[in-house]
Design a protein around this ligand. Structure first.
Ligand code: UGA
Length: 454
């Protein structure tokens, strides 16, 4: 089938590459000429394991095209996926200007039936707005005769595992209208996703509003589990329990399950904080503030400070002259994404308190340097106190403490003896509970995890 993807950001690129990999012809449109030039030159603007390979193969085999040509992109396919960004606007609601601009462009150029598929995460009711904009453009051209339908097909991709998530989905949510164009849309989307339903039907068909809502509900549920565990972890610290054992104890109940119950330094990234906030705004706008989710946000904000509190409990408020090793900068492993990464808050606070930071991350160092320069605009001289190093052991050399912020595999089994010899004080603050407390104690470290009996 022919498919157009509008927007070559994270979601658009992964979706385009994977749909091409399934044998479809995919036209990726972006208005950012630099991005399109980079992609056409074989470059790739984001770090995502496996993506480069899939992109290159499909470009080479002629199934994947990148272009800035709007008219050509609309003409190319009946299926037009909108996968542009929905950044939070000033009050935290999702800003739909790019989504609606994409819809307008489609309406301006279409000359036959189209299915417009919202792939970006958009608030309930957006499909209706998209349809209104398309209808307006058609009316301007006196082409109200052209039929179209707007469908919702939210993505559930995790950064760092996006290719696999796309190729082996748990579910494919399709929100379509009941009318004739809606059913035509459904037939096309079913055909597109047929390869995923061979042994097992994974498609969940529903009305458009429920599909839009499903995406927010999924992220909100996951965020809730994390904040819940983080709050219990802090209590576990007070009462002398180990949250990791508690996780295993409750996870064995299939109604609870083990995953997404890891205490840490708070959730980050481009999705959870933004989507939880947007859902809260939607609820407020409808006069039904969400009390649980409001607390989830508050707990998460506080959790980003937990390691700093532990650091201050060890060293007091004056950190000048201390050196902290930081392992892990990205908001999670497998990505160079620094959006809402807890490392920004922790490093910013350490530098502002006069400490030095020696930081390591296997892929996010460049991005980190960029965002930290931004975060510390008011005190650019502090950037002299952070050094990015090539190896994890280089970071701990001479350090008063190691602060682990992202659970990259490379940090899982460090050479503890070499580490201890290199550090000035053998203190480890483990923001991801990557290490076993008793093993660390045995190796001679003072070890502080999150909710692990300390
Ligand atoms: C999340 C969802 O998991 C995807 O299903 C969804 O498609 C995506 O948002 C999106 O809306 O596009 P992502 O933001 O890539 O994916 O990251 P996650 O793996 O979900 O992690 C989010 C944050 O939660 C990270 O900061 C992670 O460290 C934290 N986390 C995760 C915990 O603190 N504890 C856990 O047990 C799990």
């Amino acid at each position: 089938m022919n498919v157009t993807i509008v927007g070559t950001g994270y979601v658009g690129l992964v979706t385009g590459a994977c749909l091409a990999e399934l044998g479809n012809n995919v036209f990726c449109l972006d208005l950012d000429r630099n991005k399109i030039d980079l992609l056409n030159a074989g470059g790739i603007p984001i770090h995502e394991p496996g993506l480069e390979e899939v992109l290159l193969r499909n470009v080479e085999e002629g199934r994947l095209t990148f272009s800035c040509d709007v008219a050509a992109s609309v003409a190319f396919a009946d299926l037009q996926f909108i996968a542009v960004g929905t950044p939070p606007d000033e009050d935290g609601s999702a800003d739909l200007k790019y989504v609606l601009a994409a819809a307008r462009a489609i309406g301006r150029h279409m000359d036959r039936f189209k299915v417009i598929v919202d792939k970006s995460t958009v608030p309930v009711g957006t499909a209706q707005e998209v349809a209104a904009v398309v209808r307006e453009e058609l009316a301007k051209r006196g082409r109200e005769d052209i039929a179209f339908s707007v469908a919702s097909n939210p993505e559930f991709l995790k950064e760092g595992a996006a290719i696999d998530d796309f190729m082996r989905p748990d579910r494919i949510v399709l929100g379509v209208d009941d009318d004739e164009p809606g059913q035509r849309a459904l037939a096309l989307l079913r055909e597109l996703y047929r390869p995923f339903n061979r042994n097992h039907e994974r498609t969940r068909v529903m009305d458009v509003r429920s599909a839009e809502f499903t995406k927010y509900a999924a992220n909100a549920m996951l965020a809730t589990r994390i904040s819940f565990m983080n709050e219990l972890a802090n209590l576990a610290d007070r009462v002398g329990a180990d949250i990791e054992l508690v996780r295993q104890g409750i996870g064995s109940d299939p109604r609870i399950g083990y995953s997404f119950l890891y205490a840490g330094t708070g959730y980050g990234g481009s999705c959870f904080p933004k989507d939880v906030d947007a859902l809260c705004r939607t609820a407020q706008a409808h006069g039904l503030p969400l009390q649980v989710l409001t607390a989830v946000q508050r707990v998460n904000q506080a959790q980003k400070h937990v390691l700093l509190d532990k650091i201050r409990a060890q060293f007091g408020r004056r950190l000048a002259g201390r050196t902290f090793a930081v392992w892990g900068l990205a908001f999670k492993p497998g990505t160079d994404d620094m959006r809402e990464a807890p490392s920004r808050l922790v490093i910013g606070a350490l530098l502002r308190a006069g400490a030095r930071v020696r930081a390591h991350d296997p892929v996010a160092q460049e991005q980190a340097a960029r965002v930290l320069a931004d975060d510390l605009q008011d005190h650019p001289e502090l950037l002299r106190n952070i050094t990015f190093v090539a190896k994890p052991l280089d970071a701990v050399t001479g350090a008063d403490a190691l602060v682990l912020l992202t659970e990259w595999k490379i940090y899982k089994s460090p050479n503890l003896r070499a580490m201890k010899d290199a550090m000035r004080t053998s203190l480890v603050l483990d923001g991801r509970n990557l290490y076993e407390p008793h093993a660390m104690a045995q190796a001679g470290f003072t070890y502080l995890g999150i909710g692990r009996n300390n």
